[in-house]
Design a protein around this ligand. Structure first.
Ligand code: C5P
Length: 221
């Protein structure tokens, strides 16, 4: 059991990649495993919260004690996230595809002898920015993630402002096997502070993040 600092609180977490269809059998995806987001959902449940996890396609199991909603695309993830509101804390750990195929084909695309098709892309909705901008039921604490390969803290500061969130958890994914791996090195970036944590297992990062979020929520009153 242990302490339950999030008893009575609602927590929403997005996790994993999104799949953006090209046609019924093909899609664009990314290397997110969902490990960090799922670990955060599990840690929030262990801290006593009522947790909704909105998960893109992953190969890891649904965490115990968490209400998990499975989605495929960014647009589905936005709809499921909006449907899960209100929440006290919203944590956006998913690696949402920035773009989707404009007008995905309804049938499998065939080789027609005229060479490869060109795929036009359109921008997906930014789920984090959309939820952070809500007027009526914006969660008290909105947390974004930033996976960068360079200038990690500078980019995180810029992202904080652009997305309108309260905190960015930034990690360096440059060649260290963070994506899909079991360890993570994170920087907590808010408007007035930066905190860098040592490299830790993702489960330990999750437990510490949840304790930190509970603290921040308590001090917001
Ligand atoms: O802009 P960038 O993708 O680097 O921002 C990362 C943060 O924004 C993550 O918290 C991610 O979950 C969130 N995001 C989102 N919807 C998008 C793109 C990113 O919620 N379409």
């Amino acid at each position: 059991s242990g302490p339950k600092p999030l008893a009575g609180k609602r927590v929403l977490v997005t996790s994993g990649p999104t799949h953006e269809p090209i046609d019924p059998v093909r899609y664009i995806a990314n290397r997110s495993s969902g490990k960090q987001g799922h670990a955060i959902a599990a840690a929030a449940a262990a801290a006593g919260a009522q947790v909704t996890l909105i998960s893109g396609p992953v190969t890891i199991p649904d965490p115990a004690g968490v209400d998990t909603v499975h989605v495929e695309s960014a647009r589905d993830m936005l709809a499921a996230t909006e449907a899960a509101l209100p929440a006290d804390i919203a944590i956006f750990a998913a690696a949402v595809a920035d773009w989707r195929i404009a007008g995905a084909a309804g049938q499998k695309m065939k080789k027609d002898g005229k060479g490869p098709p060109s795929l036009a892309l359109v921008e997906n909705p930014d789920i984090l920015a959309t939820i952070a901008a809500r007027e009526i039921d914006r969660p008290s604490l909105v947390v974004g993630f930033a996976a960068e390969t360079q200038n990690v803290v500078d980019y995180a500061r810029a992202k904080l402002a652009k997305k309108g969130c309260d905190l960015i958890v930034a990690n360096d994914v440059g060649g260290t096997g963070v994506m899909g791996g079991d360890a993570n090195t994170v920087h907590l970036v808010s408007t007035d502070s930066v905190e860098t944590w040592p490299t830790l297992p993702k489960s330990e990062v999750a437990t510490r993040l949840v304790a930190h979020f509970a603290d921040l929520l308590a001090h917001k009153g």
